[in-house]
Design a binder for this molecule. Structure first.
Ligand code: LRH
Length: 500
């Protein structure tokens, strides 16, 4: 057939993967060829990403993708996406200055206040539409700017742009990820000079913007040699923010999505739950700011109107604590036990930044229950149940608020994509909490969205976002969860317990 081969590099907070996509007219499939752990490293007080280990994982994955392509060694394109917000600094020779700092590092404490003294939060939101998260890039820059590394920096590259730079020798700033820096105006989809000026951030640090679908260079000869690939291999800008690619990879029905009559509601689950709507314009009002919704930019002119929810981080951190204490921490038995535990016994605010930092998660969850006058979980099963109920409740609350603030019709279904798809209990509880059917899948939505954008840029497939998404519905089996009827009042009560 005329199918062509594309590699999608998708770097998440706990693991990275390289997927080999096969795409052609009416054809789309995806195979995982390499997965590697992403293990942050603390030196002194600072939590870092081990960026060279990640880059080695990328090279190993590209080599394996080439082996499996037909003919071997030939790839028609490479696209890179990762978590948002973080960056590396380069010196005047183009060398990396230190390991990129992890967004969960504590260095940004107090920076929002410093920013607010220079630019009122109302104005910052009206200009950028970005929710307040303690680790937004602008706060990281304010924390970094007194240091020696920052003084030596000539260039700033967001994580996927840094990987692309090492692969190609060419530097750019991909737009969807740039929109999480809090330096982009979502109306013009370009830098906000007023914000940069007010905060004293030099936009010249950022190489020029490129948009999903734009060329991002070709693999360097050394990279071809190391991966065994046959040149030329183009690298293409995709939605390099993983959430942008994941939402491009939502198998939405025709008619649902930006500009369509139906509301596209999604939850991109993984370390985070990103719950919201796809819109064709940003929502920048004061009510939206107070509700802490963000307007991230998506592929093809779309806007992701969503809120960050702590996601499976809560569960992963509990398991890490139990494993360290020598207690059972295997996922499947814990989920089975949680399924049998009393529903909605206690819930915590899964949107709260109090759960952002690593460490002692079961104790912190118990403390939050105590503080809100609810019973503490008595064992691991009850703790896991509390986490999943709390996530489902946050999904319900966030989607309902998004629909109201964006003045959109009630969605017909909620799409869950990303790693959380594998957690059937979470998907069912989300259906119950939202009172809406859930369509679960694909788990690798980010890689699908990544491949689709590259494949279109290469001319292997064509169409708008709706057309591309049409290919997804046959590429992967999807699971459907019907909400249990008459449970609405239980979730309403739990919500009142927590939020009044
Ligand atoms: C998810 C994600 C999310 C960001 C966070 C930093 O991986 O990109 O969209 O808010 O990481």
């Amino acid at each position: 057939s005329g199918a062509r081969f594309f590699a999608a590099v998708d770097l998440g907070a706990t693991s990275g993967r390289v997927m080999l996509g096969r795409a052609g007219p009416g054809e789309l499939s995806l195979t995982e060829v390499h997965r590697f752990p992403n293990r942050p490293v603390r030196t002194g007080a600072t939590l870092h990403w081990d960026i060279l280990a990640l880059y080695r994982g990328v090279l190993d994955g590209l080599r394996e993708a080439g082996r499996r392509a037909v003919p071997a060694g030939r790839l028609d394109g490479i696209g890179i996406d990762s978590w948002a917000v973080d960056y590396g600094l380069l010196d005047a020779d183009g060398a990396l200055l230190g390991n990129p700092v992890h967004y969960r590092d504590g260095r940004t404490e107090g920076m929002a206040d410093r920013a607010a003294a220079a630019l009122p939060p109302e104005q910052l939101y009206a200009e950028t539409g970005v929710q307040h998260l303690p680790f937004n890039t602008v706060y990281q820059l304010l924390a970094a700017c007194g240091g020696a590394q920052f003084a030596a920096a000539r260039r700033l590259l967001l994580i996927p742009d840094l990987i692309a730079y090492w692969l190609t020798g060419r530097a750019g700033t991909e737009l969807t990820n740039a929109s999480t820096t809090q330096l982009i105006d979502p109306r013009t989809r370009d830098w906000s000079r007023p914000v940069a000026r007010a905060l004293g951030i030099d936009l010249a640090l950022f190489p020029p913007l490129r948009r999903p679908g734009d060329p991002a260079g070709e693999l360097l000869p050394e990279v071809l040699a190391e991966t065994g690939l046959t040149g030329p291999v183009p690298v293409t800008a995709v939605g390099s923010h993983d959430t942008a690619s994941a939402v491009a990879g939502v198998p939405a029905a025709a008619g649902a999505g930006a500009g369509g009559p139906d509301t596209l509601a999604y939850i991109a689950t993984g370390t985070w739950s990103l719950a919201g709507l796809e819109l064709d314009h940003p929502v920048l009002g004061e009510e939206s700011r107070r509700a802490n919704f963000t307007n991230e930019l998506g592929v093809d002119g779309t806007v992701r109107y969503l809120r960050n929810i702590m996601g499976l981080w809560l569960l992963e951190e509990c398991r890490r604590a139990w494993a360290a204490a020598g207690r059972p921490a295997e996922l499947e038995p814990l989920l089975a036990a949680a399924a049998g535990a009393e529903p909605l016994r206690s819930v915590v605010d899964a949107g709260s930044a109090e759960f952002l930092a690593p460490g002692r998660m079961p104790e912190r969850i118990a403390a939050a229950c105590r503080r809100t006058g609810q019973p503490e979980p008595r064992d691991a099963a009850e703790t896991v149940r509390c986490v999943l109920d709390s996530l489902a409740l946050a999904h319900r609350r966030t989607l309902a608020e998004a629909v109201r603030l964006a003045a959109r019709p009630r969605p017909r279904t909620v799409h869950i994509v990303g790693g959380g798809v594998r957690n059937e209990l979470l998907c069912q509880l989300t259906a119950d909490a939202c009172g809406l059917p859930v369509t679960a899948g694909p788990a690798e939505a980010a890689a699908f969205g990544n491949v689709l954008v590259q494949a279109r840029a290469a001319g292997a497939v064509s169409g708008g976002l709706a057309g591309l998404r049409g290919l997804l519905r046959t590429a992967q089996p999807l699971r459907h969860h019907e909400p249990v009827r008459d449970h609405g009042h239980r979730w309403r009560q739990a919500e009142e317990r927590l939020h009044g």
